[in-house]
Design a protein around this ligand. Structure first.
Ligand code: GN1
Ligand code: MG
Length: 365
């Protein structure tokens, strides 16, 4: 075990002596470790939060504390197990939600929830249905949350803001890659107006903003061994936005027949069967609370978020791979192509997606 990591973990109010610390998971942003402890004490998740991406880590941790405490109260009121169905933030010995080390890096700890499964791919419609139910429940638990939340990443799913960054990235052409990317850049430009038209509905209030997770890919959800969702993890981006994005981002992840970074584009498409299953689970929890404009744009939100992901991966490639962790030289470009293939598949199946949403909403309203 690295002594430096142990020293950091010891800043937090942990129960039990530390026995080991190891790397964990597949996150693209933070560095994550599991801290094992002796005897019956819980184990813990220790994370170095990426301060390049999250400019105000203490404010982010304050968001997470507020939201997880609210969920904990709901779980207790419903007779559930708050240690398994809510995340628990562990403060430092002096009561802070994160620790800043000598190098200026920010660290945070949560209780590790044992005996759970995190998937990187949804392998059955049943799992997709449970995932939809789970995020629907997460949103329902936060429906009466009224405290203010900090905007941890400015304009995170705001495509108007993304286009400002995009235009700057193209003008800068930091890695000198733009001249080889005219086709890919065209994919973004040809859809600019329809994406802005969708976002205008959020800006003018037609589509309301709510408390949303904003990063609902499947490996950010913990399942129990029966395939039931315990809770959503990775709450770094919990903020006020349109809750449609939580649906759209989950569809991008659960319904992809290939991998997010598949080199073999023939494997990549959107499974309409998985879409129907996820939609059913989600609307079983949310249909009565959503307004008509939200129902009407639910299917489009999958295109919106997948498009945004194409843009973000391509923009990072243009910037010289500064944002996402990459495993090889053109990883962000491979991701761009794979997500674009998924977007095209959604566009082809869009009328069918809309029909499924309409019929499923009618069933639960
Ligand atoms: C990042 O942190 P992680 O790996 O769960 C990213 C998401 C992207 C996702 C792509 C803060 O999620 O927005 O959709 O990668 N998180 C942040 O897989 O940018
Ligand atoms: Mg994650």
């Amino acid at each position: 075990m690295k002594e430096a990591l142990k020293k950091i973990a010891e800043q937090f109010a942990l129960e039990g002596a530390i026995t080991s610390i190891d790397s964990l998971g597949e996150g693209f942003i933070n560095d994550t470790f599991i801290v094992r402890t002796q005897g019956d004490a819980p184990d813990y998740i220790l994370q170095r939060k990426n301060k390049e991406i999250f400019p105000d880590v203490p404010a982010m941790m304050e968001n997470i504390r507020k939201v997880t405490e609210h969920i904990r109260r709901q779980v207790i009121a419903e007779g559930g197990d708050p240690m398994r169905e809510a995340m628990t933030v562990v403060p430092t010995h002096d009561g802070k939600l994160c620790y800043e080390d000598e190098a200026g890096e920010f660290w945070a700890v949560t209780v590790f929830i044992a005996d759970t499964i995190a998937y990187n791919k949804a392998d059955s419609p049943e799992l997709a249905r449970k995932g939809g139910e789970g995020i629907g429940k997460f949103q329902a638990q936060l429906a009466d949350f009224t405290e203010p939340l900090a905007e941890t990443i400015k304009g995170f799913h705001n495509i108007r803001h993304r286009f400002v960054q995009w235009d700057e990235a193209i003008a800068r052409d930091a890695a000198g890659r733009c001249r080889e990317l005219s086709e890919e850049i065209g994919w973004i430009e040809s859809r600019r107006e329809e994406m802005l038209a969708f976002w205008a509905l959020v800006e003018n209030g037609t589509i309301p903003t709510r408390v949303t997770h904003n990063d609902t890919k499947i490996n950010n959800i913990l399942f129990d061994r029966e395939g039931r969702v315990l809770c959503a993890i990775d709450l770094d981006t919990v903020m006020n936005s349109t809750s449609l994005n939580d649906f759209g981002d989950a569809i991008r992840s659960y319904c992809n027949t290939g991998d997010e970074d598949d080199r073999n584009l023939e494997r990549v498409s959107m499974s309409i069967e998985m879409f129907a299953a996820y939609t059913d689970g989600y609307l079983s929890q949310r249909a009565p609370q959503l307004c008509q404009a939200e129902i009407d744009h639910l299917a489009f939100s999958a295109r919106y978020i997948t498009y945004e992901q194409v843009l973000r991966f391509l923009m990072d490639y243009i910037d010289g791979d500064k944002y996402y962790k990459t495993k090889y030289a053109d990883h962000n470009l491979v991701r761009t192509h794979a997500q674009y293939k998924l977007l095209q598949s959604m566009e082809e199946q869009y009328p069918e997606m809309c029909r499924i949403v309409r019929e499923t909403a009618a069933k639960y309203r």
